[in-house]
Design a protein around this ligand. Structure first.
Ligand code: UT7
Length: 331
């Protein structure tokens, strides 16, 4: 374990303005507000409407709010890593576009694809550049415009997902607080249960792929649910065990907001009560890489310096993991 820790020193978040409620979805697909709320915990989600808008817009707002509130010169930022599965383009990266729009002329960066675990993978990666001593200011974004890959005729997927995301600033910690540990996993055999079949190099976009609706996310909900419940709970228990943390030591769990029932199972396995599990799925749905930074953004004022915080996620790939943070500041 490196001696120099990377600390989250600021949080930003942003959601598009249009609300898509369960009642709105009742008019689009064969579903009910009651079914969606009881099976997932979601009441409404945000959708980015209008032409020429992409995930970079979410990132730009989130990162700009950090620069503004911290009074940071854009030229001070060394690096921007963006966790997303809905990049603006296949290339250039969303990171490039965010850096350009905000004048981060001294930064470089890239997009990182790990679906719902994208923010965790990006945070663990960004932390290395601080821990090594190479950089002083690294921004990690988790954002997705899921509405761009969702089939609004498929009631099993369109009810879950929404658009939005957030960002954090990583700086060298001045004390023992910061990102303490992470346990991250991938299992490519999960591909069959959750993927986007076309648009990559295996099935490049063609009339056939569009006609077959292969540019939408494909999900076998029950299979994903079963893997998510087991793995998110296991990995969260594992990071507690690895760091000798008991339930009473944990201030908050920030679980990826895919389904409230998956989050409940994780909290149960960790032995923590609902008051320690932070949720906003009811208002935003599942924003993929966006959920965990959006939780930080919504609940930042609750966090106290030294709080033990556990992040946990599971998603397409399969990818999953957990990060242990000792929170570095009082908001
Ligand atoms: O973000 C990371 C990765 N994703 C996840 O973690 C998502 C994991 N999966 C899930 O959250 C859940 O599997 C879903 C929310 C997607 C589905 O919930 P479920 O409790 O697993 O439902 P189900 O697929 O077992 O379907 C139960 C019933 C079926 O009807 P029958 O066969 O029992 O008559 C479905 O046809 O519910 C029906 N159903 C719906 N009914 C009303 C499926 N979707 C809907 C719907 N409205 N939107």
């Amino acid at each position: 374990m490196a001696n120099r820790k990377a600390a989250i020193t600021a949080v930003g978040g942003w959601l598009p303005e249009t609300v898509l409620s369960n009642k709105d979805l009742e008019k689009i697909v064969d579903t009910t507000d009651e079914w969606i709320l009881s099976r997932t915990g979601i009441s409404e989600r945000r959708i980015m409407k209008g032409p020429q808008r992409g995930t970079s817009e979410i990132g730009v707002h989130a990162v700009k709010s950090i620069l503004d509130k911290k009074g940071i010169d854009p030229l001070e930022i060394d690096m921007v890593i963006v966790g997303t599965v809905t990049p603006d383009y296949v290339f250039p990266s969303t990171s490039n576009i965010i850096c350009d729009k905000l004048g981060l002329k001294n930064a470089w960066g890239y997009d990182l694809s790990a679906a719902c675990s994208g923010f965790l993978f990006a945070l663990a990666t960004g932390a290395q550049f601080i821990e090594s001593g190479r950089y002083k200011k690294v921004i990690v974004v988790g954002a997705d415009k899921m509405s761009s890959i969702i089939n609004y005729e498929d009631r099993t997927t369109c009810i879950i997902f929404g658009d939005g995301g957030g960002a954090v600033l990583l700086e060298p910690s001045e004390d023992e607080n910061g990102i303490v540990d992470f346990v991250l996993h991938t299992d490519g055999s999960g591909f069959q249960h959750l993927n986007m079949p076309a648009g990559g190099s295996v099935n490049p976009a063609s009339h056939e792929t569009v006609d077959a609706k292969q540019h939408f996310a494909y999900q076998e909900g029950q299979a994903v649910f079963k893997h998510a419940v087991v793995n998110m709970a296991e990995v969260s228990a594992k990071i507690m065990e690895k760091n000798n943390l008991k339930a009473e030591d944990i201030a908050y769990l920030l679980p990826h907001q895919a389904n409230k029932r998956i989050c409940d199972a994780t909290a149960n396995r960790m032995g923590i009560g609902p008051e320690k599990m932070l949720m906003n799925i009811e208002r935003y749905g599942n924003t993929t890489a966006g959920t965990i930074p959006l939780l930080m953004f919504d609940y930042e004022k609750k966090f106290k310096k030294g709080d033990n915080i556990i992040l946990a996620a599971f998603g397409g790939g399969f990818t999953w993991g957990s990060i242990y943070i000792k929170w570095a500041y009082d908001a």
